[in-house]
Structures are given as structure tokens and as C-alpha cells.
Design a protein around this ligand. Structure first.
Ligand code: URA
Length: 202
């Protein structure tokens, strides 16, 4: 059953409150010590397309906004290329607090924070989940019953996988993390071309 706008808003607020108090997380004290914020997510609560990244970086933890640094600039360019605005979609991460030194999220952190992401998916009920990077690709595909098809991101990027959920079917589209365009500019063309598959769902 789909939720009213008010119900979606209230449930998202409740998720935010729980994350603010998430003392079980090994990242909680680091957040307090650095006066960081958790990054819950941003965008439309009725979005058809949801983007799932890995974890907030420094800029994100300082502003509470996902993808607002250099990777975010790449993501904005990609969204623009398919005529999408941030307000049309919902953007979040698996891990909601910044891991120190921009290290990869640990399996323990992913396990701890993933239930928040699962709830966000239930609230928004997106038709498409575009994963950004290998961690969110593996998590989302395994979570949505696509384990048999999980592989290397170098093989799966830009492909579409249909999963069944309690609210209907959802298409999972693994995409490279926008940061790969920062390490090697030649990757940008691949990311740009992968993004074009989203046009089918707008
Ligand atoms: N990288 C991510 O995976 N998420 C962000 O919000 C920013 C950078």
C-alpha cells in the first residue's frame, strides 16, 4: 500500500531521529567529536528513481546533504544529461555517517545501517534503484533477491535487473560511483552512457 505524503514525511523524520541517536554505530562518536551530521537522504519522497551511494564524505557530513562535494558535481552533470533535477529523485547512501579518512564502509557498518535504507525503500517505493558503486550494488542486489546475478561492477554497470518487492517490481541499475570519473577522466564517458538508460524510466 502506498503511503500519503504526510506518512512518508513522518516516517522519514522518525528514521532521522533514530539515526541521530544511533549510539550502537562505531561512527557515532566520530560524528559527535567532529560536529558532523548524519546524511539521511535528500529529494522527493515520491520519486520513481532512487540513487544509493556508499557513505557520506567530509562535505556531506558537514552539511547533512548527500553528494555535495566533487563526486556530487559529477552526479549533477549526469542527472542533467538525462534532464533530471535532484528534486525529481531521491538520493541517499547505505551508511548514513561518515567513515574516517574516506575509507570504504566496513561490512559491519553496512549491516548496521542497511535497515534504515530498507525502510527508505519501503517508504518511497521507487520503480528504479540506481546504485552508485560496488558496495550499494552488492547490498541492493542481495537484499532484493538478485544474489544469483551479482558480479563485478565492471560487468554489470548500465544493465537492468528486475526484482520483486512487496510493493511491486523494481528495476535495479548498477552504476559506477561518480568518484571514478575523478580518478580517471576517461571513465566519465562510460558513466554518462550508462546514465542514459534512466531515460526509459522518466
Ligand atoms: N560518496 C558517496 O558514496 N556518497 C556521498 O554522499 C558522497 C560521496
Amino acid at each position: 500500500m502506498s503511503l500519503t505524503l504526510e506518512e512518508r514525511f513522518e516516517r522519514m523524520k522518525d528514521i532521522r531521529n533514530r539515526i541521530l541517536q544511533f549510539k550502537e554505530s562505531p561512527l557515532y562518536q566520530y560524528r559527535l567529536d567532529n560536529k558532523y551530521f548524519p546524511v539521511v537522504g535528500e529529494g522527493s519522497h515520491t520519486a520513481h528513481i532512487m540513487f544509493v551511494g556508499e557513505a557520506p564524505g567530509k562535505n556531506e557530513a558537514e552539511t547533512a546533504r548527500p553528494f555535495c562535494g566533487k563526486s556530487g558535481k559529477v552526479l549533477d552533470e549526469m542527472l542533467e544529461s538525462v534532464l533530471l533535477n535532484r528534486s525529481d529523485v531521491y538520493i541517499t547512501n547505505i551508511v548514513k555517517d561518515r567513515p574516517p579518512e574516506n575509507r570504504d564502509p566496513t561490512p559491519e557498518e553496512i549491516k548496521l545501517y542497511a535497515p534504515f535504507l530498507d525502510e527508505q525503500i519501503e517508504i518511497i517505493q521507487p520503480r528504479v534503484i540506481a546504485t552508485l558503486g560496488r558496495f550499494s550494488m552488492s547490498y541492493i542486489m542481495n537484499h532484493l533477491g538478485l544474489s544469483a546475478q551479482v558480479g563485478q561492477i565492471s560487468e554489470l554497470h548500465g544493465k537492468e535487473f528486475v526484482a520483486k518487492t512487496d510493493y511491486g517490481s523494481v528495476t535495479v541499475i548498477p552504476l559506477y560511483h561518480p568518484a571514478v570519473a575523478l580518478y580517471d577522466g576517461s571513465n566519465k564517458a562510460t558513466i554518462l552512457s550508462d546514465f542514459q538508460v534512466l531515460k526509459k524510466y522518466i
